[in-house]
Design a binder for this molecule. Structure first.
Ligand code: ASP
Length: 413
């Protein structure tokens, strides 16, 4: 019998996306129905993604570290990775602010009376630094505090390396790798639900807000997407070419499956397995990708930074507030730091936007202005987020390879 050709997951999600828009438009008169009976299934999908984030990040970073077998090497790769992530994120928010200022004249003026948005409590910079370090082994995992989970992964990974290459070490390394494989398989299972998840998350938003809200925010969405594209094309192409020794065209072509998946799923962490496959096919080493990508899915969010810049300017203009240069600098710093502590799941960026707005005294209630179309912002920003992670992976892999060659030459002499 001839085997039926199955549609790829990314294609399925894309179809779900289109169906969600159509169904959402048809259900506009029954928005309550969509909210009560369709959205909960989307929430189930989101919950499952959030559930798997912690073990995935913990074990993939641990396995990445263990495979390097050398703390100095982890340090060298870690430093390059963090510097690249920070610099590109600072660039991204700057792009977002510049782009939004260019588009500002075309932004709609939406009334800001009776807006309300409940933000989480914001904390000071020093507290943020102190909070990176866990005081308890389990609570970071229970609370999904991703930075603390990364610190745990680092400490455990180093511990295993320091055990030395004995029999015990082999057992632990095998166990970690096996657990990592198991969680990756679980993630694949959850991702199979993403077409349903995407449909159930998006259609209620469209049903409740209709094309009107998208229409009124069209210029803001356009500003964000223009900045997303410019940042991805200019910054990553240049970086990949100059530091990764690779053709940007080849890079973007190789990234296409991950890009499509990120666009439709809006989750960097969910895209992790596909992203790993893409970079490895393009020649990145596994030890680098299994450390750099999960780290990036948690701490590197260039698309999110752009979105925050654009939304901050839009919200300020709706409230008639003019942002000074100093305020924009503060925003660059805050957005760069804000992008660190939240894992890449749908909607995470909107929560972080509250922190950025508060840093310059903008009303957090303004988030209500953009909340309705957050999903549409999110699809684009997730693409930028994962492409940034992959570009870093290609670069670090290339730099490490060069370093190894140099070392071998030196030893050979
Ligand atoms: N959805 C984004 C991601 O997964 C995070 C965000 O909401 O900005 O990377």
């Amino acid at each position: 019998m001839k085997e039926k050709k199955k549609l790829s997951l990314a294609a399925q999600i894309f179809i779900a996306l289109v169906l969600a828009i159509v169904a959402g438009l048809l259900m506009q008169k029954h928005a309550d129905f969509a909210e009560t009976y369709i959205k909960p299934f989307g929430t189930i999908f989101l919950n499952l993604l959030k559930f798997i984030v912690v073990p995935i990040v913990l074990f993939s970073i641990m396995c990445g570290i263990i495979s390097m077998k050398d703390i100095k090497k982890v340090g060298s790769i870690g430093a390059k990775t963090v510097i690249y992530y920070m610099c590109t994120t600072a660039f991204a928010i700057t792009f977002g602010l510049i782009g939004a200022n260019v588009f500002k004249g075309a932004f709609p003026k939406i009334a800001t009376t009776d807006l309300s948005y409940e933000a989480d409590q914001t904390i000071s910079l020093m507290d943020t630094i102190v909070n990176i370090f866990p005081s308890n082994f389990l609570s970071p995992m229970v609370e999904a505090n991703m930075l603390q989970v990364i610190v745990i992964a680092l400490i455990l990974g180093f511990g295993i390396i320091l055990l030395g290459e004995g029999e015990r070490n082999v057992r632990i390394v095998t166990a970690c790798n096996d657990l990592n494989d198991i969680f990756m398989k679980c993630m694949e299972m959850i991702l199979k639900l993403s077409p349903i998840g995407v449909f159930c998350l998006l259609s209620p938003v469209i049903a409740a807000n209709g094309p009107a809200i998208i229409g009124s925010l069209a210029m803001v969405l356009l500003a964000a997407y223009v900045c997303y594209i410019i940042h991805a094309v200019v910054v990553y192409s240049l970086a990949v070419k100059a530091l990764g020794g690779m053709s940007p065209v080849k890079f973007f072509k190789g990234m296409l499956p991950a890009i499509m998946f990120a666009f439709s799923s809006s989750s960097s962490v969910g895209t992790l397995p596909i992203n790993m496959e893409c970079v490895e096919k393009m020649g990145a080493s596994k030890e680098v990708s299994s450390f750099v990508l999960p780290l990036g899915a948690t701490i590197n969010m260039d698309g999110t930074a752009i979105y925050q810049g654009v939304c901050a300017i839009f919200i300020a203009s709706c409230y008639g507030i003019h942002l000074t240069f100093a305020q924009m600098l503060t925003m660059i710093l805050t957005a760069t730091l804000a992008s660190i502590g939240t894992a890449g799941v749908p909607g995470a960026g909107m929560v972080m936007l509250a922190m950025v707005l508060t840093s310059v005294g903008l009303p957090v209630d303004g988030i209500a202005l953009v909340a309705g179309v957050d999903r549409i912002f999110d699809m684009g920003r997730t693409v930028v987020n994962i492409t940034g992670d992959a570009s870093c992976c290609m670069i670090v892999s290339n730099l490490e390879r060069k370093r190894e060659v140099k070392k071998e030459l030196r030893n050979g002499l």
